[in-house]
Design a protein around this ligand. Structure first.
Ligand SMILES: Cc1cc2nc3c(=O)[nH]c(=O)nc-3n(C[C@H](O)[C@H](O)[C@H](O)COP(=O)(O)O)c2cc1C
Length: 259
């Protein structure tokens, strides 16, 4: 079996979660990675066979798979390829995102064998900072081991036996937020944010942000080597303070294994 992880992950939590599960499944063997995050990856294509196994990792945006990520997923095709779908969310709720992701990949030729709704630090405010943490990683390891044991027990397990939470029709969502990054005078114009922006919203001067395109993913803020990109705006700071309090109670990872 050849393992690959396919992800869209502006602030790297979905990547971290999906990679840890893939690593465990591959148990020391090499595995592939397809990163759909950067704007330059919007035309990435891949085709998998029945000898492959894919672990998908996507964040939750307003209870759904980000629209921009769903568009990129359409170019990743399977041929009865077994897979695990994972969504990572910021401690509020994943709503219909996991079910939607399972539906999206099944429509593309994958067979969903297991699923997981996992916690990551929220993009906004200071919610579950540092997650996924070491204890999340241990749980993912357990999940991967349980999954491999279930496959041995039930080799032909199909997706239908998974009781993935969510509703159809899905709720409205998948869209970005209202916050737009600011750029401090310390910007050195290195272009890191320009190259990394998932939606190509930052002009070549590193400063101009296309408000229509930006989805408030905060990737530019997290990766700027001199911390010039920021959200030092009073409206955001007030929102972040309230939001952090509202989502303070730790939620746990949920795993969906074949019955
Ligand atoms: C536009 C937007 C919408 C979000 N919507 C939700 C949500 O509905 N529920 C939730 O718990 N977290 C939500 N989050 C938080 C992300 O799901 C969370 O931070 C996730 O870990 C980000 O994944 P990444 O690190 O792979 O980018 C949202 C984040 C953004 C940017």
């Amino acid at each position: 079996m050849n393992y690959t992880t396919v992800y869209f992950s502006p602030t790297s939590t979905s990547e971290k979660n999906a990679v840890s599960i893939t690593e465990e499944l591959a148990s020391g063997k090499k595995y592939g990675r397809i990163d759909l995050t950067a704007y330059s990856a919007r035309c990435t294509e891949a085709a998998f066979s029945g000898d492959d196994f894919v672990v998908f990792g996507m964040p939750v945006y307003r209870g759904r798979v980000p629209i921009v990520a769903a568009q990129r997923l359409a170019r990743i095709r399977g041929q009865q390829t077994p897979c695990i779908v994972t969504v990572t969310y910021g401690n509020r709720n994943y709503d219909d995102a996991l079910l939607e992701l399972a539906d999206l990949v099944e429509a593309n030729g994958f067979v969903v064998k297991a699923a997981a709704a996992l916690i990551g630090q929220h993009t906004w405010g200071q919610v579950q900072v540092g997650r996924p943490d070491a204890s999340d990683m241990q749980e993912h390891e357990r999940f991967a081991k349980d999954f491999l044991a279930a496959v041995k027990r039930l080799p032909d397990t199909a997706g239908e036996v998974l009781a993935i939470k969510g509703n159809r029709p899905y709720r409205e969502g998948g869209t970005g937020g209202i916050f737009r990054p600011l750029t401090a005078d310390t910007c050195i114009g290195c272009g890191t944010c320009v190259r990394s922006c998932p939606v190509g919203a930052i002009g070549s001067d590193c400063r101009t942000v296309d408000s229509e395109r930006c989805v408030s993913c905060f990737r530019c803020i997290r990766i700027c080597p001199v911390q010039a990109k920021n959200m030092n705006d009073s409206n955001y700071l007030k929102f972040a303070e309230d939001f952090t309090k509202k989502l303070a109670t730790r939620r746990e990872n949920e795993y969906f294994l074949p019955l």
